[in-house]
Design a protein. Structure first.
Ligand code: DC
Length: 224
């Protein structure tokens, strides 16, 4: 059976990982959350006081970072392992969310992550979500989806998700973080968030999870 690469890019919190995970499951493909890699690097930098504006310091630190995805029976999902430590929970914290976009602007950080992402796609049969997957990581991917949803819907979704871990969080803080990340992600110099010319737009503001999965599965079927 022919296997393809599916890329899912788009704005923060518009459901990319939900769709990517479901799609990978339906197809029997591997799902890779590229944002988790930038988040784990950010966590390492914050913990070890690494100044990511300093090239030498950043490169020295990157040499000490090993990133892996490991399947967890408990969550039935693959989780982020940073130097043998499971950091899946920690990387979702607001402290990391506040800095990750800035760290992801650093060219050396990006080439470190992108090289590993390209390696993961060697055998195809992969669904990867992020910001630059269809433009930079896999410019030749067979299927590229670009996701969007209106800002109110995205804020509400993210707020509900984050409230479980951060009960004191306000909806304004979530909105501010999302807008800030969108701005930095789409205005950075290296691989800014862009819709690839051959990507298909998916606006899921008014779609249920089943509907968006169905939409994506039909696109895959056309490619196979
Ligand atoms: O998808 P996410 O919210 O977990 O991503 C966290 C941050 O990582 C996001 O603000 C931008 C960055 N990112 C990126 O620059 N390129 C990617 N391929 C994935 C994420």
């Amino acid at each position: 059976m022919k296997k393809i690469i599916v890329t899912i890019d788009g704005w923060s919190s518009c459901g990319k990982s939900t769709l990517a995970r479901q799609l990978a499951k339906s197809l029997g493909y591997v799902y890779i959350d590229s944002g988790a890699m930038y988040r784990a690097i950010t966590l390492y930098f914050l913990r070890n006081d690494v100044d990511w504006r300093n090239t030498e310091e950043t490169n020295q630190a990157l040499q000490l970072i090993t990133l892996q995805f490991q399947y967890s029976e408990r969550s039935s999902q693959s989780e982020m392992i940073l130097n043998d430590e499971n950091v899946e929970y920690l990387i979702r914290d607001l402290v990391v969310a506040e800095k990750v976009s800035e760290v992801a602007t650093v060219a050396d950080v990006r080439s470190f992550a992108v090289a590993q992402q390209q390696q993961m796609g060697k055998g195809k049969g992969i669904v990867m979500d992020g910001r630059d997957i269809g433009t930079t990581v896999f410019p030749d991917a067979e299927l590229k989806i670009f996701m969007t949803a209106d800002i109110r819907t995205r804020v509400e979704r993210r707020y509900k998700e984050m409230l479980i871990k951060n009960p004191n969080l306000s909806i304004e803080e979530v909105k501010h973080n999302l807008e800030m990340r969108d701005y930095i992600d789409s205005n950075r110099e290296v691989s800014p968030l862009r819709m690839a010319e051959d990507a298909i737009l998916l606006d899921n503001t008014n779609l249920s999870m089943e509907e968006q999965l169905d939409f994506a599965l039909k696109l895959v079927a056309k490619k196979l």
